[in-house]
Design a protein around this ligand. Structure first.
Ligand SMILES: Nc1nc2c(ncn2[C@@H]2O[C@H](COP(=O)(O)OP(=O)(O)OP(=O)(O)O)[C@@H](O)[C@H]2O)c(=O)[nH]1
Ligand SMILES: [Mg+2]
Ligand SMILES: [Zn+2]
Length: 304
């Protein structure tokens, strides 16, 4: 039996990359359907083959994690791509991405695009925010103002994170995910799209999910999405995904403090004294509110 990882699923075929880097076209076993097993891009599997075009996927190995949109499993790293403009930079969206990625046990890094499209004032403002995220402990890659990134520089900045990892590029439609991948490897020739002028939004140019071998790792260029739901995060759990809130929260009077209206809340004090930024606290509260208001049947699964 051979081992590999599914890098593409299309028209009933699963394309498996072996440890040696060869690609095999396989079909899943009939029994998968009966047993309700849906192999996913990213799955580590066992397979047999006669030729590279005729293989059989025998077994799906246990998943480390599983994203639904995009449908990819065993993701190690999430590169969150945020544009400075078109679509507009937003910490509330960034925090949603961070929470959803960390909730799946995926390490996030942040990459900022379109620094050539804004003036110096806007750039300085975004740089200040990036520095605040760095202070919290996140890795943020922010190219220079106006910089047309060379391929070499881009590869240097991203390769150390991507090598030997399964990676997803995440971000709004139009943020520049496919453009970035094309710049890393021009042979990829991924389709990119103009953002709509009136809306400043992307047009969902990328549609299917595939893991592409680049920089010694595998990257999924995912279709942009904006609606993320937090069905399996509890109120108590949310602060785990806001590292600075979690840290200051250790000093709250109540262990169960969710930093809303409780007395002697160390988080609220840290916000008042500027140690926690107001926008992060606001984003936290708005997610907390969403979790409080979601429909009751959901959200049981992730309770620990
Ligand atoms: N000026 C400038 N334009 C950029 C940059 N990055 C991307 N773009 C443009 O932004 C538009 C959208 O880029 P895409 O790479 O298609 O965006 P995407 O994130 O893949 O979008 P979806 O596939 O729809 O999710 C294209 O017209 C790109 O040329 C950048 O750094 N600077
Ligand atoms: Mg795209
Ligand atoms: Zn508190």
């Amino acid at each position: 039996m051979h081992k590999g990882q599914i890098i593409k699923a299309l028209s009933g075929f699963y394309y498996i990359k072996s440890a040696e880097g060869d690609i095999y076209q396989t079909r899943g076993r009939g029994i998968f359907r009966k047993e309700n097993i849906t192999p996913l891009v990213g799955d580590y599997v066992e397979f047999r083959f006669d030729t590279k075009q005729e293989g059989r996927l025998e077994k799906v190995l246990k998943r480390k994690n599983e994203l639904i949109r995009p449908a990819v499993s065993n993701v190690d790293l999430g590169v969150i791509i945020m544009s400075t403009i078109n679509p507009d930079f937003s910490t509330s969206l960034l925090d949603r991405f961070l929470v959803s990625v960390e909730n799946k046990n995926i390490r996030p890094i942040i990459y900022i695009t379109k620094t050539d499209l804004i003036d110096k004032i806007k750039y300085t403002e975004i740089k200040r925010i990036c520095d605040q995220y760095r202070m919290i402990g996140y890795t943020v890659i922010l190219p220079e103002h106006g910089e047309k990134l060379s391929q070499k520089k881009l590869v240097e900045s991203l390769k150390p994170f991507i090598k030997e990892k399964t990676v997803v590029f995440i971000g709004q439609s139009g943020a520049g995910k496919s453009t970035l991948l094309n710049k890393i490897d021009p042979n990829l020739n991924l389709k990119t799209g103009a953002t709509s002028k009136s809306l400043g939004r992307g047009k969902h140019t990328t549609r299917h999910v595939e893991l592409i071998p680049v920089l010694g790792g595998l990257i999924a260029d995912t279709p942009g999405f904006s609606a993320i739901q937090f069905q399996d995060i509890t109120e108590q759990e949310l602060s785990h995904y806001f590292p600075e809130i979690e840290e200051y929260g250790k000093a709250c009077r109540f262990n169960s403090c969710i930093h809303l209206n409780e007395p002697d809340c160390a988080v609220k004090k840290a916000v008042d004294s500027g140690k926690i930024t107001e926008y992060r606290y606001k984003n936290y509260l708005s997610l907390l509110n969403e979790i409080k208001n979601r429909k009751p049947n959901y959200g049981k699964k992730g309770e620990k």
